[in-house]
Design a protein around this ligand. Structure first.
Ligand code: SF4
Ligand code: SF4
Length: 254
């Protein structure tokens, strides 16, 4: 596991995909937090419940029959990207690059991990890159945030982000592998444990997509499509609920 961590950190710090040259060589992500879940963790079956995600959510062994382990990671945005997006209103240019070019790096990191494991004689699949990956009614058949929760990386929040020890401003990814690794002990018991329900993200949201009961995904995606994609295509994004809030770069209240 230490070797995987070391190689992931080196890839993150050396990959040209983690650098935005048009913004003066801005680095997008700091090295990720990594969490490990056992492929047969009973919480994966819970995700099939309609009240959580739905029956279309696949188990690790439905992605890879030989699966023993799920490796999940949280890539924290660098301070430069987070701070730039602390203004109100439209997204910062740095955030837009972090959202779009950052996801390209995230895809490259998934591939890097799959190659690393297969080169060492193990089987590995990145569900988000697999041809079976699909989104039904805005719910994917592999929820990176819920997987990260199971892998001990953090809990969900009022605005449906993942709050980790490095906050919520970042991107999440995972792979499923036949390599057996010791699971991370989850340092929490409840799915929303790290969110204090302080309401700061409610006040940050330009289209008022968040209230005390949670986030309205339709209002959020309509705003991102109509207000940001039209202005900034091929980029888009918002992330105001993940910046200038107590959970931006830490577990709030700690
Ligand atoms: S800003 Fe406050 S309410 Fe919103 S997700 Fe963060 S901790 Fe929860
Ligand atoms: S991403 Fe923007 S629009 Fe969507 S919930 Fe967060 S603040 Fe609101």
């Amino acid at each position: 596991m230490e070797d995987i961590e070391r190689q992931v950190n080196r890839f993150t710090m050396e990959s040209p995909l983690n650098v935005v040259e048009p913004l003066g060589g801005l680095r997008i992500f700091d090295p990720p937090l990594i969490g490990i879940a056992a492929a047969d963790d009973p919480l994966f079956a819970e995700l099939k419940k309609e009240s959580v995600i739905g029956s279309h959510h696949l188990l690790p062994r439905e992605w890879l029959p030989s699966a023993q382990t799920v490796i999940s990671y949280f890539l924290p945005f660098t301070a430069a990207i987070r701070i730039a997006n602390r203004s109100d209103g439209l997204p910062a240019t740095e955030w837009l690059y972090g959202r779009i070019e950052g996801e390209r790096f995230n895809e490259a990191l998934r591939r890097f991990l799959v190659d690393l494991l297969t080169d060492n004689g193990h089987e590995a699949v990145a569900p988000a890159l697999d041809e079976r990956y699909q989104v039904i009614n805005k719910r994917s058949n592999w929820s990176e945030r819920h997987v990260a929760y199971i892998a001990g990386l953090g809990t969900l929040s009022l605005n449906c982000s993942l709050i980790t020890a490095r906050g919520s401003a970042g991107r999440v990814g995972s792979i499923v592998t036949s390599l057996e690794l010791a699971p991370t002990v989850r340092p929490y018991r409840e799915i929303y444990e790290y969110c204090t329900r302080c309401g700061a993200c409610i006040r940050r949201c330009p289209p008022l997509a968040i209230d005390e009961s949670g986030k309205n995904h339709q209002i959020c995606s309509d705003y991102v499509d109509n207000e940001t994609k039209k202005r900034y295509a091929p980029r888009y994004g918002c992330g105001k609920c993940q910046t200038a809030v107590p959970c931006e770069d830490r577990i709030p209240g700690r």
